[in-house]
Design a binder for this molecule. Structure first.
Ligand code: CA
Length: 229
């Protein structure tokens, strides 16, 4: 697991930057959002904790928290509130926020609260997206990208999903049917060769295009195994 990913949703640029700066300095991986819609999108991609300004343009902090909880997401939320009546609402409503901090605050206080809330949330904490690493190849779940030497190699969505399905089961033989089910879904009615076609494209991009060692082992009459060098 890498550093905990902390979404900092705050429209006030200087406040956002100082919080981000302090989080990064203390070993967290902050991600910034300047408005409600961006915050919601990033939150749905999965982060480990959200520092959430109540007064965001677009979708406000209350609505974001309600939406995430309604969708069953238990990502811990620390709300930043500017006014006494906002504090009353944070405390009074069953929003599912984990803590709040009243403005003005010190960035150190935010970092300290982030630590406490993350620790407290540990038991029900579901890890955010991962980065799978195989030498020069990295699979970034949050960005849905495969990168070689740090550069996105531009996989199509199915190619990415197929690579991830194989990479999650590194060294394990995967049948064509299992891969079809996982990547294309139960109601896909194409044939088994679909998998072969996409493996060929992955080979073209990874092995031929970028000089990666052969890592897709074909298992005759069965399927494939991901065996990176
Ligand atoms: Ca604000």
């Amino acid at each position: 697991m890498g550093a905990p990913r902390i979404l900092v949703a705050e429209d006030d640029g200087p406040i956002r930057e100082i919080v981000v700066h302090h989080l990064a300095r203390d070993g967290f991986a902050p991600i910034e959002a300047p408005d409600g819609a961006t915050a919601l999108r990033i939150a749905r991609d999965g982060t480990d904790l959200i520092v959430l300004d109540v007064g965001l343009p677009g979708v406000d902090g209350f609505e974001i928290t309600r939406t995430l909880r309604r969708e069953g997401r238990q990502t811990p939320v620390i709300m930043l509130t500017a006014r006494a009546d906002e504090i009353d609402r944070v405390v009074g409503l069953e929003l599912g926020a984990d803590d709040y901090i009243a403005k003005p605050f010190s960035p150190r206080e935010v970092v300290a609260r982030v630590r406490v809330v993350l620790r407290r949330a540990g038991a029900r904490y579901v890890p955010g997206p991962r980065v799978l690493r195989f030498g020069r190849l990295e699979i970034h779940e949050a960005a849905r990208e495969a990168r070689i030497d740090g550069v996105d190699i531009g996989l199509k969505p199915r190619e990415y999903q197929l690579l991830r399905a194989l990479a999650e089961n590194v060294g394990i033989a995967m049948s064509r049917e299992a891969l079809l089910r996982q990547v294309w879904g139960y109601d896909f009615d194409g044939d088994d060769r679909t998998v072969d076609v996409h493996i060929r494209r992955l080979r073209q991009k990874l092995v031929e295009g970028h000089g990666l060692a052969e890592c897709f082992q074909a298992l005759h009459g069965y399927g494939y195994k991901f065996s990176p060098a």
